[in-house]
Design a protein around this ligand. Structure first.
Ligand SMILES: NC(=O)C1=CN([C@@H]2O[C@H](COP(=O)(O)OP(=O)(O)OC[C@H]3O[C@@H](n4cnc5c(N)ncnc54)[C@H](OP(=O)(O)O)[C@@H]3O)[C@@H](O)[C@H]2O)C=CC1
Ligand SMILES: CC(=O)[C@@H](O)[C@H](O)COP(=O)(O)O
Ligand SMILES: [Mn+2]
Length: 381
């Protein structure tokens, strides 16, 4: 029986993970769940799964969240530190990191430091602190399993060859809701239209990232650290159907891809059962009908965020932390109606260019820069 902690259990990744666990009661047991604000949803999950711990990281909810709403067999814990406590508990085998943003880093860190098997959906952890995270995993024999669909696909495709035989990886991008639009057509798009992703149902932050293609920029950086690649070994191709989740090209010219209908329950389940595969909840590919898979190059003029991904992957150091924090703050301002869509990439680029670059930062420096970049975006324009 695998004992699982789900960090961010109330979100899109979190609820998909709970679906997978519910479908495999003989193999999987939910031991800990965490949320920040959604205490009623967390309580309902506790009543359904009876985990050992439920964590509300927002301590301000202490007087609001009623322990009576939770299962009798669940201990209700409050505060950010408790995420780290459950992520590193001896009673947990696998940790799924489904918190959004840099707020997910400390929980992921604690799980990796404790040598857990870690399913990492929270790409921001790798964007902010990729080299430190990969070193930490190596030192503590933690197994890092990518849950992000593209990186999960690459992880699967890489098994077709040896590391030295990899020529490059090709990340697929849906193109988001504004695929085909020009820069000037993007000037006045609304949060509502940006939140309408064509192929994936996800939380609001990553959905806006998909619309600007900042999501792909973050994924370039994520791929670099996860798979020990140079920036020029990473390509992006737009694939609107989101069926081919990414590809690996080997030195002999073979390209190995992973395909499945767009549903995060597959990569999540693969991380939970790795190295085995079991039947799951996913709709299989229907090969009995005609359908098209199309590919086109990305438009770097209309989606300048993508260029930033390549630049940051090339430069490394403090750039990932600054780009990530600037983007999180810019997305918040766009959703609040304070930024225009195109301001997101423009402001991120300016904050990135004006920061004090350090090629080899420690975690403390990265957290300081994270705070600095958010402040810069708050006062931008
Ligand atoms: N959704 C998807 O299909 C995919 C997501 N990812 C990545 O997975 C991560 C999660 O995305 P997604 O599930 O869409 O996000 P959601 O917004 O749907 O969920 C976010 C989760 O994080 C919790 N949370 C938010 N802020 C904090 C905080 N400050 N401290 C602790 N917990 C917090 C939320 O709790 P509460 O409900 O209480 O606010 C919620 O449980 C992101 O990094 C995203 O990039 C990657 C690939 C696909
Ligand atoms: C499901 C997943 O992994 C997302 O990161 C998804 O890839 C977003 O779609 P885009 O390709 O539009 O960024
Ligand atoms: Mn992805």
């Amino acid at each position: 029986m695998k004992r699982i902690a789900v960090l961010g259990s109330t979100g899109s990744i979190g609820t998909s993970t709970l679906d997978v666990i519910a479908a495999h009661p003989q193999e999987m047991q939910l031991t800990a769940i965490t949320a920040h604000n959604s205490w009623e949803q967390l309580a309902q999950q506790s009543k359904q799964f009876h985990p050992r711990w439920s964590v509300l990281s927002n301590e301000g909810l202490k007087s609001t969240a009623s322990p009576d709403a939770f299962s009798d067999s669940t201990e209700l814990l409050f505060g950010e530190d408790q995420i780290e406590r459950v992520a590193s508990s001896e009673e947990v085998d696998i940790v799924i990191c489904g918190i959004v943003g840099a707020a997910g880093l400390k929980g992921a860190w604690a799980a990796i430091e404790a040598g857990k098997t870690v399913g990492i959906a929270n790409k921001e952890t790798l964007v902010v602190a990729g080299p430190l995270i990969m070193d930490l995993a190596a030192k503590n024999n933690a197994i890092l399993l990518p849950v992000d669909s593209e990186h999960n696909a690459i992880f699967q495709a890489l098994q077709a060859g040896h590391p030295q035989e990899v020529k490059r990886v090709i990340l697929t991008a849906s193109g988001g809701p504004f695929r085909g639009a020009t820069l000037s057509e993007l000037k006045d798009v609304t949060p509502e239209s940006a939140l309408a992703h064509p192929t994936w149902e996800m939380g609001p932050k990553i959905t806006i990232d998909s619309a600007t293609m900042m999501n792909k920029a973050l994924e370039i950086i994520e791929a670099k650290w996860l798979f020990n690649l140079s920036a020029d070994q990473i390509s992006v191709v737009v694939h609107p159907q989101s069926i081919v989740h990414s590809m690996v090209e080997f030195v002999d010219g073979s390209v190995v891809a992973q395909l499945s209908p767009p549903d995060m329950r597959l990569p999540i389940q693969y991380a939970l059962t790795y190295p085995d595969r079991i039947a799951g909840l996913n709709t299989p590919m229907d090969w009995s009908r005609s359908f098209e898979l199309t590919f086109e190059p990305p438009d770097l003029e209309a989606f300048p965020a993508l260029r930033l991904g390549f630049e940051v992957a090339e430069k490394g150091g403090t750039c990932g932390a600054v780009l990530n924090a600037a983007n999180e703050a810019a997305v918040e301002r766009f959703l609040a109606g304070e930024f225009r869509f195109c301001d997101i990439a423009t402001s991120c680029q300016q904050v990135l260019e004006s920061h004090q670059f350090d090629p080899d930062p420690d975690l403390e420096e990265l957290f300081l820069l994270d705070g600095w970049a958010r402040k810069e975006i708050k006062k931008w324009k």
